[in-house]
Design a protein around this ligand. Structure first.
Ligand code: PLP
Ligand code: SF4
Length: 348
């Protein structure tokens, strides 16, 4: 296969036999952008909606069901947008959304109403100027988080230009790229691309969005190595998704795969209330059980922070169950054996 999968026919060619699924693909794609790269299609082991990779990109009719609690702007980008392309919710860091296209379209995307090839693809030059001016005029901005869309849709030349413009702002110290490109289109993330985004004056981090260990083809591993070998540290970002990774084995494999590839697990996101995503949602209680399970069984390097975005643009909330709580007015600590013990201990 050579081209990105977009139509019902493309998904049929992958071997999906269920007519209920294939006949709805084109209907769903009139509402939401559809794309799966051949590189990720090659990671599919079982061509059905149960496959943990395919399920992330295969349009299902469930997407046309929107629940009352679901909203177009689930994490509140809009109320925190002072100029086009900037989300300034936390004092010392901003999101800079330059492109609204992605190499793949995740069915559970929290910005699904804002991304896709039919949206305004890119900030216009004068909008980008205004966004950069906003950053330059706010000395409290210490970190710029490039997101979108997928910022690695920028050509190496444009990625370099952007890096240079941010390098020119003295108070910006950190440039963080949030991307799916190393797994979605690993061939883009070459050693040259790493050089394009690297900086000698700022710390550059790349946060990789991946949700299942099967996404890590050899080429994907090499793409990550290209970044890390260039001196760019990587962290991970995953979404807890029903039918994809909502079990301890899948999550453990995923976290270990990150660490084996020198990527430090950072966030496990609870899925947001994006429209038409209820078939991916698990409860926060289930999520908490799973992260407690990770903590009890895996290396500390393999444990992400479990976060839920409070709807409306407030902030993230950490939902990782705490090992410290007050019991009868006394601080108690939970051991990995599940027992709570007073701290300090009342007797030796
Ligand atoms: C998640 C998020 C950030 C980054 O938060 P960190 O906890 O620093 O990773 C920044 N701005 C907005 C609007 C966010 O949603
Ligand atoms: S790569 Fe990110 S922004 Fe793009 S569709 Fe997936 S979740 Fe949404």
């Amino acid at each position: 296969m050579t081209k990105t999968l977009k139509s019902a026919q493309d998904f049929k060619n992958l071997g999906i036999t269920s007519p209920e699924i294939t006949q709805n693909i084109d209907t769903v794609s009139t509402k939401y952008a559809v794309a799966m790269t051949t590189e990720l299609a090659d990671c599919v082991k079982n061509p059905s909606s149960d496959d943990p990779v395919l399920r992330q990109f295969l349009p299902l009719i469930d997407e046309l069901t929107t629940l009352p609690e679901e909203r177009e702007d689930p994490i509140g980008d809009w109320p925190n947008t002072p100029v086009e392309g900037i989300v300034h919710r936390h004092k010392d860091r901003v999101l800079l959304k330059i492109v609204s296209i992605c190499p793949v379209y995740c069915r559970f995307c929290f910005r699904r109403e804002m991304v896709g090839p039919d949206k305004d693809n890119m900030l216009r030059p004068e909008q980008l100027d205004a966004a950069i001016d906003y950053i330059a005029n706010h000395p409290e901005i210490w970190e710029v988080i490039l997101t979108g869309g997928d910022p690695m849709m920028l050509s190496p030349r444009r990625a370099r230009e952007l890096t240079q413009r941010l390098e020119a702002i003295p108070h910006v110290k950190i440039i963080r790229w949030h991307t799916r490109m190393p797994v979605a289109k690993p061939d883009i993330v070459t050693a040259e691309y790493a050089q394009a985004i690297k900086s000698s004056t700022k710390s550059v981090f790349v946060a990789l969005h991946a949700n299942h260990a099967n996404e890590f083809s050899n080429a994907a591993k090499q793409a990550c190595a290209n970044l890390i070998d260039a001196g760019i540290p990587m962290v991970s970002q995953s979404v807890l998704l029903k039918g994809v990774n909502d079990n301890l084995d899948a999550l453990s494999d995923l976290m270990r795969t990150f660490v084996e590839n020198r990527i430090r697990p950072y966030y496990l996101h609870h899925p947001d209330f994006a429209p038409g995503t209820s078939h991916f949602r698990v409860s926060v209680e289930e999520g908490q059980k799973l992260v407690q399970g990770l903590r009890n069984t895996l290396s500390g390097l393999c444990t992400p922070t479990y976060v839920v975005d409070i709807p409306g643009g407030v902030s993230k909330a950490i939902a990782t169950p705490s090992d410290a709580r007050e019991i009868d007015g006394q601080l108690s600590l939970r051991g990995q054996d599940g027992q709570w013990r007073a701290y300090p201990p009342s007797e030796k």
